[in-house]
Design a protein around this ligand. Sequence first.
Ligand code: ADP
Length: 206
Amino acid sequence: MSETATHLYPTFRRMVPRKQKEALLEQTGLVIWLFGLSGAGKTTIAAGLEAELYRREILTQLLDGDNVRSGLNRDLGFSELDRQENIRRVAETAKLHANAGIATIVSCITPTRNLRSQARTIIGADDYLEVFVACDLATCEKRDVKNLYAQAKSGCLTQFTGKDSRFEPPAPDCPPDLTLSTADTSPDDSIRQLLETALPRIRPSA
Ligand code: ADP
């Protein structure tokens, strides 16, 4: 604990309880954490899921890696330490939203097992749905939605995940809650699969 933290007086007990907020919204707070290589389809699936939940009158928050990095985390780069701090802040932010009963979708590369485990620990296993957006590097490179693979190849971009910075797929003994393989599936099918898994956790009566 940092020195300043010992002088804090949290007021959690005076806040409206999470259960009451969930009752108000008629939904359960949950963090749906999408991870995978750049170009794998995280943003596409996250945005599609959010639209489907909105259609069902479910309140959502979408924390997309690039958006967060251009605001809350704009002071962070891509070193190991900064990646760790990036995930810590996103996980803490996601947790705040889930505690308000909001269906919170995170779309972040989250390249290592360690980082994913950190996110799970911060959020709490009961509120954490881990989704691997799986796609082989060659397909991601071919899609190159943001022209990042080309920049990494030409040397304009360093510390790029999958090239000069490692991406660890899930360990066999610690599988994600869901794997969406996007190389040979349409975005609509991937979104439908995720909706089928997430919706019962957000609105058990649905
Ligand atoms: P990321 O957020 O992981 O960097 P994006 O969602 O920005 O990736 O880009 C993924 C690209 O792959 C989009 O152009 C999307 O249309 C395409 N794509 C093809 N199949 C799928 C699928 N099953 N799920 C998601 N995206 C897909």
